[in-house]
Design a protein around this ligand. Structure first.
Ligand code: HEC
Ligand code: HEC
Length: 348
C-alpha cells in the first residue's frame, strides 16, 4: 500500500514538473509582439534563401527513398472516393497492383483516349509522381477530375503506399529511374502528348460535355463509395473536409472566387483591400510583407493548411475576432473545398 501511494505521488510530481517546464518553454517561445516581429523578419530572409535552394533541393527520388507509406495512407483518403484497392473498379480503376502495371491496363475499365494512348509505358515512381502532381498536364483530356498534389513529399509518401499495395513490385534503383526519366519524358511524352492532342482536338469538346454530364453521376457514385468505405474502414482519414476536397473542383472554385476578387488579387505582390493570394496555400498566416494586417490576424501563428483555410472561409469573424475582412463567409462546405482546390493551383 505504502509503495503504491509512494509511486502515485512520485508520478504526480514528475507530471507537474513536466507541465511546469512545458509551460515555461511555451511562454518564453510564444513571444510578445516585438519578438515575433523580429523572428518574422529573420524568417523572411531564410524563406527566400530556402526558396532559392529549393530548386536544387531534394529531388523526388531522394524524398521517395525515405518516404513513409503510413503517411501516404493518410493521403490516400483523397483518392478512395474514386479508387478501390480490392480489385474492383469505381469511378476510377482499381489501384491494387498499380505500380509496375502498364498505364491504362485494367481490363474492362473504360479509360479516356488520353490515358489509353500512354499504355506503352508503365507506372514507375517517377511517372506516378508526374501524374499525381498534375493529372491534367500529364495526360491532357483525361477524365480523372482531381486537381493534383502540390507537395512533393506528400506524393513520395503516397507512391510508397501504392508500392505497398503492389505485391511483387520493387521500385527501380534510384539512379536508373532518374536517368530513364528525362529521356522518356521528352521523347515519349511529347510524342504521346502530340498524338493525344491530335486525337482529342475534336474529342475534347465532346469529352468536356461528357465530363459535365457525368459529374452528377460520378458524384453520386463517389458519395456512395465513400459512404460504404466510411462504414467499412476507419472514418478518421475521411473527414467531411477531406471528402469534399477529394471532389474539389478547381473550375468551380475559380467561379466562386468571384466573391473574393473585389478585394484580393492573385498576382504576387499585388495587394488590394486584402493581401494578394498568390501562393496563399502553405503560406504563413498574415505573411505578406508590407500588407497592413489587423492585430487580430497578425497575432495568429501557423500556415494556411486546407483545414485552417476551411475554418477561416466558413466564418472569418469567428476565426479571428476583430479582423478587418468584411466578408460574411462561405457556408457551403463543397464550395469552400472548391475554393481551396483552386487556390492550391495559384502559386508555384
Ligand atoms: C474524382 C474521382 C478521382 C479521384 C479523387 C482520384 N482519381 Fe485517379 N482516376 C480517376 C479516373 C476516372 C481515372 C481514369 C482516367 C482516364 O481514363 O482518363 C483515374 C486514373 C488513375 C490512375 C491511372 C490508373 C491506370 O490504370 O493506369 C492512377 C494511378 C490514379 N488515378 C491515381 C489516383 C490517386 C493516387 C488519387 C489520389 C491522390 C486519385 N487517383 C484520385 C478518378 C479519380
Ligand atoms: C470586402 C473585401 C474582402 C472580400 C470580399 C474578401 N476578403 Fe479576404 N481579406 C480581406 C482583408 C481586408 C483581409 C485582411 C484581414 C485582416 O488583416 O484582418 C483579408 C484576408 C484574407 C486572407 C488571409 C491572407 C493572409 O495573408 O493571411 C485570406 C486567405 C482571404 N482573405 C481569403 C479570401 C477569400 C478566399 C475570399 C472569397 C471567398 C475573400 N477573402 C473575400 C478583404 C476581403
Amino acid at each position: 500500500m505504502t509503495k503504491l501511494v509512494g509511486g502515485f505521488c512520485g508520478a504526480l510530481l514528475v507530471f507537474m514538473l513536466g507541465n511546469w517546464a512545458a509551460e515555461t518553454l511555451y511562454h518564453t517561445s510564444g513571444g510578445h509582439g516585438d519578438d515575433e516581429h523580429a523572428a518574422y523578419v529573420i524568417d523572411t530572409g531564410e524563406d527566400d534563401a530556402a526558396g532559392a535552394e529549393e530548386e536544387q533541393g531534394p529531388t523526388f527520388q531522394e524524398l521517395f527513398a525515405s518516404a513513409s507509406a503510413a503517411d501516404g495512407e493518410r493521403s490516400w483518403g483523397k483518392c478512395r472516393a474514386c479508387h478501390a484497392l480490392d480489385g474492383t473498379d469505381g469511378t476510377g480503376p482499381h489501384l491494387d497492383g498499380v505500380m509496375g502495371r502498364q498505364i491504362a491496363a485494367v481490363d474492362g475499365f473504360n479509360y479516356s483516349d488520353a490515358l489509353a494512348s500512354l499504355s506503352d509505358r508503365e507506372w514507375t515512381p517517377a511517372e506516378m509522381d508526374a501524374w499525381l502532381e498534375n493529372p491534367k498536364s500529364y495526360a491532357p483530356g483525361n477524365k480523372m477530375t482531381f486537381a493534383g498534389l502540390r507537395d512533393m513529399e506528400e506524393r513520395a509518401n503516397l507512391v510508397a503506399y501504392l508500392v505497398d499495395q503492389s505485391p511483387g513490385y520493387t521500385p527501380p534503383a534510384a539512379a536508373e529511374d532518374a536517368s530513364a526519366m528525362p529521356a522518356e519524358e521528352e521523347t515519349t511524352d511529347t510524342a504521346a502528348a502530340d498524338t493525344a492532342a491530335e486525337e482529342t482536338t475534336e474529342e475534347t469538346a465532346a469529352a468536356e460535355d461528357v465530363t459535365e454530364e457525368t459529374v452528377a453521376e460520378e458524384t453520386a457514385a463517389a458519395e456512395e463509395a465513400a459512404a460504404e468505405e466510411t462504414a467499412a474502414a476507419d472514418a478518421a482519414a475521411d473527414s467531411p473536409l477531406q471528402q469534399a476536397l477529394a471532389q474539389g473542383d478547381a473550375d468551380a472554385g475559380e467561379a466562386a472566387f468571384r466573391k473574393c476578387r473585389a478585394c484580393h488579387k492573385l498576382d504576387d505582390g499585388a495587394n488590394g483591400v486584402g493581401p494578394h493570394l498568390y501562393g496563399v496555400m502553405g503560406r504563413e498566416i498574415a505573411g505578406v510583407d508590407g500588407f497592413n494586417y489587423s492585430d487580430a490576424m497578425a497575432g495568429l501563428d501557423g500556415t494556411w493548411t486546407p483545414e485552417e483555410m476551411d475554418a477561416w472561409l466558413e466564418n472569418p469573424r469567428g476565426y479571428a475576432p476583430g479582423n478587418k475582412m468584411s466578408f460574411a463567409g462561405v457556408r457551403d462546405l463543397q464550395e469552400r473545398a472548391d475554393l481551396i482546390t483552386y487556390l492550391q493551383t495559384i502559386g508555384d
